[in-house]
Write a protein that binds this ligand. Sequence first.
Ligand SMILES: C[S@@+](CC[C@H](N)C(=O)[O-])C[C@H]1O[C@@H](n2cnc3c(N)ncnc32)[C@H](O)[C@@H]1O
Length: 229
Amino acid sequence: MASSELPDSPVTETSEPSAEPSPEPLHEVGVGPWEGEWPEGEHWDPELLQNGDRRNVLDQYRYWKHDAIVAELDSRRHDFHIAIENWQHDLNIGTVVRTANAFLAKEVHIIGRRRWNRRGAMVTDKYQHIRHHPTVDDFVAWAQAEGYTIIGIDIFPDSVPLETYDLPKRSVLVFGQEGPGLSAEVHEAAEATLSIEQFGSTRSINAASAAAIAMHAWIRRHVFNQRVS
Ligand SMILES: C[S@@+](CC[C@H](N)C(=O)[O-])C[C@H]1O[C@@H](n2cnc3c(N)ncnc32)[C@H](O)[C@@H]1O
């Protein structure tokens, strides 16, 4: 993100109407202008040092140029990829991208329509490599060429519980849309389709919640070496 771009909104408290004066914002995200002598190094952003850094980034990246942050993330990204089908502009995609950033997915793949609603991403898409595939065939060809195992995540009759499945390290986890779920083409192309065990009355959970659970399962298996029994 260019340093001139607007940062994420400050965190503010909302309250019921009352006679009391409006409360001050709880706190503003980020830091103000750098105090003292400026540090030396290519990764520092002079505009942020001058004006402050209100971006939604870890403290260790404060005042860093956007490209320097992406380069540092690229040096240690995980082996898993994420894909989500986008035939009807699913509103969950932004949240999936944000979670993929948090768990440091290698790339996010959007299958179907190119345009997607970035709102839930909270600017994390600027730090994430995102690749568009107009068709499922195009996506499958990419996965095969790169040696990634396609793992569908959905509740099909032939789904295997995610909790008991040994996720391959080079996985691309594919999520469906609210309503239709994963397409028949992805179901067909997947090595396996995995379901997240549920215990209540609803048929399914929200796609972004499912994505967070599945990504964390990969993290537990391949970062913490927690094997399934
Ligand atoms: C709301 S669901 C789609 C509806 C679902 N196909 C059905 O039969 O009701 C949207 C997406 O969320 C994910 N999802 C939701 N609940 C899930 C679960 N329990 N296990 C695996 N994936 C789930 C899947 O990727 C799915 O395609």
